[in-house]
Ligand binder design. Sequence first.
Ligand code: ATP
Ligand code: MG
Length: 447
Amino acid sequence: MRLSRYFLPVLRETPADAQIASHRLMLRAGMIQQASAGIYSWMPLGLRVLKRLEQIVHEEQMAAGHIPLLMPTLQPASLWQESGRYDDYGQEMLRITDRQERRLVYGPTNEELITDIFRRHVNSYRDLPLTLYHIQWKFRDEIRPRFGIMRGREFLMKDGYNFDVDKDSALHAYNRHMVSYLNTYEKMGLKAIPMRASAGPIGGTHSHEFLVLAETGESEVYFDNDILELTESDHKVDFDNPQECAEVVKRWTTPYARTDETHDPVEFKSQISHSSRRQSRGIEVGQIFYFGTKYSEPMNAFVTNADGDRVPVHMGSHGIGVSRLVGAIIEANHDDRGIIWPEPVAPFLVGIINLAPKDKKTNDVCDDLSRRLSAFGKEPLYDDTHDRAGSKFATMDLIGIPWRLTVGPRGLIKGEIEMSHRRGGQTIICSPDEAINRLCRGNGRRE
Ligand code: ATP
Ligand code: MG
């Protein structure tokens, strides 16, 4: 992508009203633009990151055997009256009346709508287990939207719903979700810790939130330092094997890790040695719930079990804050020059800087690098503009592109370009061929 033809409205000044780094950087990097309080347009660069996150979420959900569909943003109020949540949900729910005086809500979550889909089509335990999910915009009329897309009113969420014939099977679905979520965050280059949580308005008995540690997080969290040593994605788990999933969950839920809602100071002190106790702040990037028959009973979602009895289906719901994750990743990955994207979520893996756009040789080498990187599925962002070199470097640093190739006539006399790494800061001098080899080695297309 040639920068001269792209739309990257970066800001040189720090926006005065943005309180936290991710919000400031997203505005400065031209990733988002506020439309009204808590409602944002996703500009081209921001959209590329959002799409990468969506892609990772889809891959990991499908690997766990979960099935994508797409439900609408507007839902009939009648379903929410059936479950009893139309009144309970309160002012966070945006209520709309159409020209026929029909009442609608802009979905803050989808338990009711998915239960309605389920009950119309599924009747027997033979069709279970089933987990359906979608990635769709939600609206919650937050009383104090803040920190940019981190606490928006309109936000993108992956929400999934499991349907199982009994509690055991539903608890396996719960565990399966925990494993798939751990994989998802790791694939994004993030450390997210599952912490025991209370279930809030979704209801239920089991719940964990996933938190990314950050000083600017809104949750107070307490945990055993040992949990930071755990990793998941190296292990290959058979998602159909309840035992294997339960073992992963046990490993991750044995060390103490709680949010302030479930924190117990006495247990905290008695379970963990003084040197391992940690108190910090965190950003909630996901939550999973098992709530049994809370929705299936009032909404008549029953199936016939193996004994021929009609039983209410056991359910859980599971959410990942896809748009909030963009902010959370930036909170965990930036410096005073800008964003430092983890490679799997970077909007572009490589930035090319042309130091002399009037020089034919320099242009030819830049074009060739662009073409070859694109052929490997790593389309670069190519700064072919006539801006000053210093300003080009500052923009690449600000928008956080992991690798930068700098090409100019002086180096090309010796057949050399400069290749530098945004995170490590190291720079090497090499030939264009070597840069391509290093960037494309061993890993074919990314898209
Ligand atoms: P919070 O406690 O932050 O208000 P929640 O517990 O109400 O969130 P859930 O119903 O668990 O939210 O939704 C699943 C995920 O959606 C959350 O873990 C979070 O990452 C994301 N999310 C929730 N509310 C917002 C919001 N207002 N803006 C952006 N993302 C949000
Ligand atoms: Mg939550």
